[in-house]
Ligand binder design. Structure first.
Ligand SMILES: Cc1cc2nc3c(=O)[nH]c(=O)nc-3n(C[C@H](O)[C@H](O)[C@H](O)COP(=O)(O)OP(=O)(O)OC[C@H]3O[C@@H](n4cnc5c(N)ncnc54)[C@H](O)[C@@H]3O)c2cc1C
Ligand code: FES
Length: 257
């Protein structure tokens, strides 16, 4: 983890809410799929807190791409930035997806929800470069689907939730639940992660979920991003999404009842 300066090298509109932003560094920038950066949005103090954004994919040794959904002040300000602007960031942060225990020959399921597809792009690229072929990918969107490039080299399905009248979790339940996956990897809204975790925990299939929480320091100091996790059979404790996550195993996380 380092405090770094990067230059905005490209900004592209994906749709009215989502845009991609490329950042170029002076030196190589090495990260693992699922890690994120914490960006200082404004040169002034508003907003004061940095904004956590996943590293969506590697463009070259010293250039990365982010996929950003406009939510509020910070992401609106990021959208207005110009190519060539210097940004101040901390990263790469967090643990990323755990890939070392996976077996190339056994099937994997990857599920994304909305802007949650961002870190899944680098995940899929990494698995492809390691020679994985047997991967089902399902991404769900409330509005018009986007960002299929990279996913569509595998068995890829997009769920247009509003048009089709089902959630991505229902698609998984109806079509994929009986496949012999070695693991499931997912990123998206909390309710999606909660439903998928329950579904696959019951089948004893490990599921890795990338969690989102509002963050303040991003480096494990403020406890702003703490989530409840199981300590043992009867007790719970807390872990920090910024340093212990954002990727957790689904049987560990205690979702709000
Ligand atoms: C590890 C991690 C990786 C992320 N990766 C991406 C990414 O790749 N692309 C992307 O677009 N976004 C990502 N996010 C979410 C992003 O950080 C927030 O959308 C952003 O900080 C909102 O800032 P804002 O100033 O625009 O909105 P604010 O004005 O701060 O908030 C606007 C609305 O969004 C809600 N909100 C803000 N932050 C979060 C959050 N972290 N989780 C849930 N709701 C939130 C607020 O409650 C409010 O309703 C990630 C978050 C985390 C924790
Ligand atoms: S954001 Fe401060 S501890 Fe995680």
């Amino acid at each position: 983890m380092k405090l770094l300066q990067a230059r905005i090298s490209e900004i592209k509109t994906i749709n009215e809410e989502v845009f991609s932003m490329r950042l170029e560094f002076d030196n190589s920038f090495i990260f693992r799929p699922g890690q994120f950066i914490d960006i200082k949005v404004s040169e002034w103090d508003s907003p004061l807190l940095r904004r956590p954004i996943s590293i969506s994919r590697k463009i070259s040794e010293n250039e990365i791409e982010l996929l950003i959904k406009i939510q509020g002040t910070g992401t609106k300000q990021m959208r207005k930035k110009m190519i060539g602007t210097e940004v101040d960031l901390i990263g790469p942060l967090g643990n990323g997806f755990y890939l070392d225990d996976l077996v190339k020959e056994l099937p994997l399921l990857i599920v994304g929800g909305g802007i949650g597809i961002a870190p899944l792009k680098s995940l899929v690229n990494e698995l492809k470069s390691r020679g994985y072929k047997n991967i089902d990918i399902v991404n769900g969107f409330r509005k018009e689907p986007y960002g299929k490039e990279g996913f569509d080299t595998f068995n890829y399905h997009e769920v247009d939730e509003t048009k089709e009248g089902i959630f991505v979790t229902e698609f998984v339940e109806n079509n994929l639940l009986n496949r012999p996956y070695q693991q499931v990897l997912a990123c998206g809204p909390k309710p999606m992660l909660q439903i998928l975790s329950k579904m696959f925990n019951e089948k004893n299939i490990p599921i890795q979920i990338s969690m989102e929480e509002k963050m303040a320091c991003g480096i494990g100091v403020c406890l702003g991003c703490a989530i409840k996790v199981k300590k043992d059979l009867f007790n719970y404790t807390y872990k920090k999404v910024c340093v212990d996550g954002p990727v957790f195993y689904g049987d560990e996380v205690i979702f709000d009842e």
